[in-house]
Design a protein around this ligand. Sequence first.
Ligand code: ADP
Ligand code: MG
Length: 514
Amino acid sequence: MASFKRVYIDSLTGAYNRAFLDEKIAEILQNARDEGKVLSVVMFDIDYFKRINDLYGHAVGDQVLREFAQFLKNSLRAGDILIRYGGDEFLAILSNVGYSDALKIVERILENCKKQEFAKLRITVSAGISSFPKHADNWESLFELVDKSLYFAKRNGRDRVGVLQNVGRVIIPTYDIVGRINEIEKIINFVESSKKAKVLHIIGEIGVGKTRLVKEVLNHPQLKSYDKFESLLSPSTKSIVFYPVRQLVKYLAQKNDSILKELPPSLLSEIYKLNPPENSELGELFYVDKFKLFEALKELLKVYTQKVSPLIIFIDDAHWIDEFSLELLSYIFRSEDAGNFAVIFASRIEETKEDLIKKFFGLLRRDFMEIRLMPLGKEELKQLTVMVFGQNVPDFFVDFLFFKSGGNPYIAYELIESLTKSGDVYWNGESWEFKKDFDFDVPSTLLALTEMKIASLGAKELNVLEYMAVFGKPVDLDLLSDLTSLRYEELIPIMDRLENLGFISRDFAGSYYV
Ligand SMILES: Nc1ncnc2c1ncn2[C@@H]1O[C@H](COP(=O)(O)OP(=O)(O)O)[C@@H](O)[C@H]1O
Ligand SMILES: [Mg+2]
């Protein structure tokens, strides 16, 4: 018994662990098959769980998990199986329960969950369901479907059960990228064109699809053999000296923990000044010998790409790069023997006009490419719209969208969301209907969109935004709670909404800024 516990029980929550699932699932399914019974698989996932860990620490996070597991156990029948599948993912196997019953059960669980506290905190949960034999008759497919269903739930706003058919809901953004075939091919060819260091600069207006394009490239099977490092910059990282470089070093060291030892000690010590290894005595930042540091990074990239793997470095929203990082990169690119890596910058055309990056690229001659990313064409926008609605759409609607968005997918998505909210596009129970005469004042520019978004804010949200604007610096929830006299549980949904609308962002430390 003791050893069963050790092998099959998750010690934190007391639920079964994944080893149990792996061991038993074939048998469970076979029994259902033999007895001609139904069964449903449910995956629960706590929304924004990482935030709990970040805000309150892991001890509180663990307590939430414990209490949540207990809550699930209490909500299920004695014969049901509860498995802790991953960090905050719990999988339940409900025997003798078909899909429609499972849906009712899970919806009730999600409702009850909101009525109580876990480690004194309020949480919401997303869930996915797949059923045997309705959806699939083998575990692999059942799991794929429960995962997909959970994904729909997350994509559609969390705090819900994802429905597999996804009927009556727009899917934004689309699962598959639309168009960009030439760009993808061009970028892959460029990355593979030589074994030397190279830089690619993607510029385009906000929302045109720069990030999406690069993500597609990074996930492309043709670039499977590359390690990929991504760094997303923002106004607050701009003031952190060497921000993306520090992240890069951490990434490389994590991927291959012995790589740093390949460097001569004198160079290594410079790198340690940027990123002190854990448990080291080098707490404070020493004076950095810039050129030694540059040399160290160059060496690190060279050794890494020779001995471990070629590398793609993606620096997103690169118009916010700090000048030290840029200087370092130009140093590396000027040397003859840099390693086999590609740096991809994506930056907004509005911000790139006469800034650092332009100057940087002015200095480069070799192995450099620039792609100006243009909005989608009308045919592509039509494809995108069909994917969003999961059905054919009338031409007049596509014309209208194209006219208003100019083919910018972000604006197109915003418009579609507004039109479904206003009821100008609605679900009649079987398919989407598109009203011909829109009773909807459509903003024609991003600026107007922003104004429309502001108009949609509630009093409390506006209030919070005002406080933040006046305060001017990043604020954490504690401070914000003091300033506004709002409690955490009121504040967090407000912050989520403001963040979703793009009014505020969060920095690496979890503080919010306007
Ligand atoms: N080619 C595309 N096909 C489908 N969706 C797209 C495409 N390009 C962009 N999107 C979507 O449009 C939105 C804005 O794109 P994003 O890449 O974030 O823009 P940018 O980085 O240029 O500001 C995202 O939701 C993204 O998924
Ligand atoms: Mg982007």
